[in-house]
Structures are given as structure tokens and as C-alpha cells.
Write a protein of this length. Structure first.
Length: 115
């Protein structure tokens, strides 16, 4: 078990963590903080986004609950969504105004749910 109580960005520079990592795998070189926080995280983020887009491209009857409604609808494809759900009536009205002019098939498929 590893228990850390420092800034996550500084973990890989902690001597105890370095020793622990070397005990797990002798040939492992811990990446520098800048490499980890830029290159490696950006590559992983791009990989996850690409995988999600691939999975969503094969789905139908999706329900969207997100702030960037128009962007997501355009990226995934409007015909894949069956409804838009929000947790507040004013958000539903806003979504309806934004979406229904460009995608009229959503006009009667926007719902408000409460927790």
C-alpha cells in the first residue's frame, strides 16, 4: 500500500517513492514532473477521448446531460441521441432553445429530472 500526503505533482520526486518504484521494477525510470504533466497526460487524455468517441460512434439512443450540448451533438451525430435530460427546468429551457432550432427532432424530447 502506498500512502502519500504531498502535492500529487511532487510525488515522483519523493525519494521514498523513487525507492519504492525501483523495488517494484529495477529498470523503471520515473519520468520528470514536466514530462509527466505535459506529454504523458496529454497522450493519455487523447487516447481516452479517442476511445470514447469510437464507442459512442457505435451507439444509438444516447441521452445527453452536459454543458457543451451543441459541440457533443455535432461530434457524435444528432441522430444518435434520443433525448436531452437536465436537473433544472431553466437548463431544459435553455437546452431546448439552443438545440431545437438546429435539430427539431429534439423539441419534444427534453426532460427535467430531480435528484
Amino acid at each position: 500500500m502506498v500512502i502519500l500526503s504531498s502535492n500529487n505533482a511532487d510525488v515522483q520526486q519523493n525519494p521514498f517513492f523513487i525507492d519504492y518504484s525501483k523495488q517494484l521494477y529495477l529498470g523503471f525510470q520515473i519520468p520528470k514532473r514536466t514530462t509527466l504533466s505535459t506529454t504523458m497526460i496529454n497522450v493519455e487524455t487523447a487516447t481516452v477521448i479517442a476511445e470514447m468517441k469510437k464507442k459512442l460512434s457505435n451507439e444509438t439512443n444516447l441521452t445527453l446531460d452536459i454543458m457543451d450540448i451543441m459541440t457533443i451533438i455535432e461530434e457524435v451525430g444528432a441522430k444518435k441521441f434520443c433525448s436531452i435530460v437536465s436537473d433544472h427546468a431553466s437548463n431544459v429551457v435553455l437546452a431546448k432553445n439552443l438545440v431545437s432550432t438546429k435539430y427539431p427532432h429534439f423539441s419534444n424530447k427534453m426532460y427535467c429530472t430531480s435528484y
